[in-house]
Write a protein that binds this ligand. Structure first.
Ligand SMILES: [Zn+2]
Length: 63
């Protein structure tokens, strides 16, 4: 098992504790990059829904 961020080999103690990174710093940096990618994916997914909600206000007034 190597660090998912820098590919450095993890010490046995960290491996036994279930670590995937050689340090907490690398874990946070990798999660930050993953979080940014997830935000981009979210904004792309929600942008297609905003077109549908544009119809909603007009329909509310009609009633
Ligand atoms: Zn690392």
């Amino acid at each position: 098992m190597n660090c998912l961020y820098c590919q450095e080999r993890l010490p046995l103690l960290k491996r036994m504790q279930g670590w995937r990174y050689c340090s907490e710093e690398h874990a946070q940096q990798d999660l930050e990059e993953f979080g940014r990618a997830a935000l981009v994916a979210l904004s792309v997914a929600t942008s297609s829904q905003t077109e549908d909600t544009r119809v909603a206000p007009g329909m509310a007034q009609a009633g």
